[in-house]
Design a protein around this ligand. Structure first.
Ligand code: ZN
Length: 212
């Protein structure tokens, strides 16, 4: 990924990697075995024999966002839209992420809006960008900013609006154990940042089903 886009998306540059290179799958499985023993389990018992392998495989899938580029995902599919310059909103994009502090799930929805400047991108591409960033270790604040900044940099619309609402399992399952509380974050760029009226229009579109 281009350095400028990594910076725009709030990503570390160069991409995160352990100094000694990437561990092997056998090393990853051994680490899972260690954690099983750490919690008081016996990794040798029948039900757990395949667990380290399954967990390593599941991690590749749940954290598949590290192997994918949201910039490339967005970058090839512009469509010219003569005459259409009003906002495009995708609401309720479900995502599953993991918090970078405890590596437990963050489950939520992203609402993404932008004001096209002559071109739009396929709607599925927007959802893919959400997924790619979600499939990395995250804070909700960083996830929100990364999605906004990437769409702004690559598509260069007149503005991008992102609202994310999510439940953090690390707050529900451990620590203060508050179930059902949702965290809301937002990022606005361009015309959404500078024009309160555009923000209000976006917020009313994601709130009121009657308008969509
Ligand atoms: Zn956490």
């Amino acid at each position: 990924m281009d350095a400028i886009f990594r910076k725009a998306a709030g990503l570390p540059n160069p991409p995160a990697a352990t100094p000694s290179g990437r561990p092997t799958q056998a090393e990853a499985e051994a680490a899972v075995s260690t954690l099983l023993r750490w919690i008081g389990e016996n990794p040798e018992r029948e039900g757990l024999i395949d667990t380290p392998r399954r967990v390593a495989k599941a991690y590749l899938e749940m954290f598949g966002g590290y192997a994918q580029s949201p910039v490339e995902e967005l970058g090839t599919t512009f469509e010219e839209v003569a005459g259409f310059d009003d906002m495009v909103v995708m609401r309720d994009i479900q995502f599953y992420s993991h918090c970078e502090h405890h590596m437990v799930p963050i489950i939520g929805k992203a609402h993404v809006g932008y004001l096209p400047d002559g071109r739009v991108v396929g709607l599925s591409k927007i959802a893919r960008v959400v997924d790619i960033f979600a499939q990395r270790l995250q804070t909700q604040e960083a996830l929100t900013a990364q999605i906004a900044n990437t769409i702004q940099e690559v598509l260069n619309p007149r503005g991008v609006a992102i609202v994310i609402e999510a439940e953090h399992m690390c707050m529900a399952m451990r620590g203060i154990k508050k179930q059902g509380s949702r965290t809301l974050t937002s990022t606005f760029t361009g015309a959404y940042r500078d024009n309160a009226e555009e923000q209000v229009r976006f917020m009313s579109m994601i709130r009121d089903p009657g308008k969509l």
